[in-house]
Design a protein. Structure first.
Length: 275
């Protein structure tokens, strides 16, 4: 009599998977509070809570903007402001990244560049307008210089801090693996400093728009700031509010573009998500 032994059958049970959360948050939720604020503003203006001559309703501001856009004046002023902002940001941003990297990577740069920059940052750059007028005049150079100064300091300090915050052990490990100096900069230093660089760029763009508001109110013939100053002379509150909204929208749009580029560039980074 023979007996056959049957091997026990092992069945692997796969645990039930929890429903996956949506990878992309519903970003349209962020529009709820701005839309509610605009609706409250419209209702308050129409009901008389906000005086029409002091704070016109959003619908009035939109009609004014449409009229100026169809006449072509708004486009000309907008192009002038964007050109000044772009040139100033390019000059200030380039100097900030170059000097910040030199001060962070080189001992001689840290000793010669960082001390005067630390001293200069204590001065409000908008308070330098009288001195800048003496140096560069009241033309386009003044507007571009203010934008460049406003963009320089946030980007410089974030570039410096981003490089200095990189773990020295990562650089030493890369050197041990045979990476040369330029390869270490490309594969270790640059990726490690990118989060701070993007933060500095967002802050720099905000400071650039703020500086442009002041610069375009000094002997300007074009630009959103000039449009607002001209409207103030004739008590056109709707045009003044329109200019402020355009500045706010330009700042918001530029920030959204930078954040989008940051998410795509730093897709490898997994940071804390809001719950």
């Amino acid at each position: 009599m023979t007996t056959t032994e049957t091997a026990p059958v092992v069945t692997a049970t796969t645990p039930a998977r929890a429903p996956a959360r949506a990878r992309t948050p519903r970003r349209w939720y962020r529009l709820i509070s701005p839309i509610a604020l605009v609706l409250f503003w419209e209702a308050a203006s129409r009901s008389g809570v906000l005086p029409e001559d002091k704070v016109p309703a959003p619908s009035v501001v939109l009609r004014t903007g449409w009229r100026l856009a169809t006449e072509g004046a708004l486009t000309d002023h907008l192009v002038a402001s964007l050109t000044r902002a772009a040139i100033g940001l390019l000059i200030g941003g380039t100097l900030a990244v170059a000097l910040g990297a030199a001060a962070a990577l080189l001992r001689v740069g840290d000793n010669t560049i960082d001390p005067p920059v630390q001293m200069a940052r204590m001065l409000p750059h908008l308070g330098l307008v009288p001195l800048l007028i003496i140096w560069v005049g009241i033309g386009e150079e003044l507007k571009i210089s203010l934008v460049a100064l406003g963009a320089f300091f946030p980007l410089y300090f974030n570039t410096y801090a981003g490089i200095r915050d990189i773990d020295q052990r990562l650089v030493e490990a890369a050197k041990t693996c045979g990476l040369g100096q330029w390869q270490r900069l490309r594969h270790v230093v640059l990726p490690g400093a990118l989060p701070s660089l993007f933060l500095g760029l967002r802050l720099a763009i905000g400071a650039a728009w703020l500086s442009l508001v002041v610069g375009e109110q000094v002997n300007a013939q074009t630009g959103i700031g000039f449009l607002m100053m001209e409207a103030r002379e004739f008590a056109q509150t709707d045009v003044v509010v329109l200019g402020l909204l355009i500045y706010a929208l330009l700042g918001l749009l530029s920030d959204v573009l930078i954040r989008t580029a940051e998410r795509r560039t730093l897709a490898w980074r997994r940071g804390l998500q809001a719950t």
